[in-house]
Design a protein around this ligand. Sequence first.
Ligand code: JFZ
Length: 433
Amino acid sequence: MGTDRINPLIAERTKNTEWFLDARFGMFIHWGLYAIPARGEWVRNNERISNEDYQIYFDEFEPVNYDPGVWAIAAKEAGMKYAVLTAKHHDGFCLFDSKFTNYKSTNTKAGKDLVQAFVEAFRAEGIKVGLYYSLLDWHHEDYPAYSDSIHPMRGNSEYKNKQHNFEGYLDYMHEQIRELCMNYGTIDIMWFDFSYDEMRGEKWRATELINMVRSLQPGIIINNRLEASGEFAGTIKTRNPSVSAGDFASPEQVIPSKGLMDEDGNSIPWEANFTLNNNWGYCSADKSYKTSKQIIRKLVECVSKNGNMLLNVGPNAKGEIPVESLSILKEIGIWMKHNSKSIYHCEKSQFSKPEWGYYTQNGKFLYAHIFDPSIGPLALLGLINKIKKARLISDGSEIKMIKPWNTNDYPDDAFINFGPKGMEEQFTFSLPD
Ligand code: JFZ
């Protein structure tokens, strides 16, 4: 398809996202002043808190147990290969020492550049680093309440009628992103958030911004939210993506049923992001945590559809990842220790999805994720005479292929002796070269 003329932007995207698609699993970290009220990162908006009233959290902010080395080890043990931290979320508070604002961690009791500490700690564990930067800014005086829903000052006619120097805000935003690209060494991922209504693409001076980011960080990969919004994936899905299309799509809390394809049916890079409970930022009352089993299944499903998973933690005001999250990460880590071969470097299988679970594949290794075991031998559609050897992934032990009575009645099926154990397991099938 289109091999005669490969779009240079797509060729670059393919090259730069290679490590990312091999990695498959990353940690999202939502952390900021909102960890103090502990009612989620949208608290200022949801409760229409004024700048003055939100200021108390700036004055109180003192993450006495902030040690990103601890976060990095939790991520590494869970099998995560990259991490994305909110350098600035919608509330405008900067976890980094920006020259262009006083609203930053260095001016709080934290007293230091928290982004710097984060990148150093994660790199030290061999984890790639990404930064999230909010396009919205509820603190900046020149960020207008365009939309009726997304600004804490919405409905305040004085604020609405005030003259906003939006170009001034954009200069600020571009300068801050320049700082993030210049002051912290290699940044592997830039995660912008988000576009809405008419606030998208060139409204952000997106082409200029992307060109600046790529010139300072040549290998960086960027999500699609400078263009995309809830209703629109952006030109990343087209044959001719624009400069601001980004390198990967970012479905929110969902896995697209067929993965994501461009208009020619070629897979495009994507990463689904998920919360562990129902909030990104720390929310003390939210105990609706998913189970590690649910998350593992979602991760497998992402990979089976050529996607990544970015799994969120929301550290509390002291700087600690909630214990509930840590224990889920631990359990995921135990599974990954045994089964990560079926995740890293894997992709959608050439075989269609089986009824009992999912396949992932890495070249001639086909991995079977059995979520719904049968009570007897398991039928593998289309695999007759194709499996050279079947093994358990976790310990490499051999699984016998069996020949049930009168296989002429079901000539397409291979059978593995899954037997009466009826457990959820992961298998490797070696295919012919
Ligand atoms: C955004 C943020 O508002 C949220 O706080 C969090 O950081 C999340 C990862 O990203 O949430 C969004 C953004 C866009 C949509 C949905 C949630 N959308 O367009 O559907």
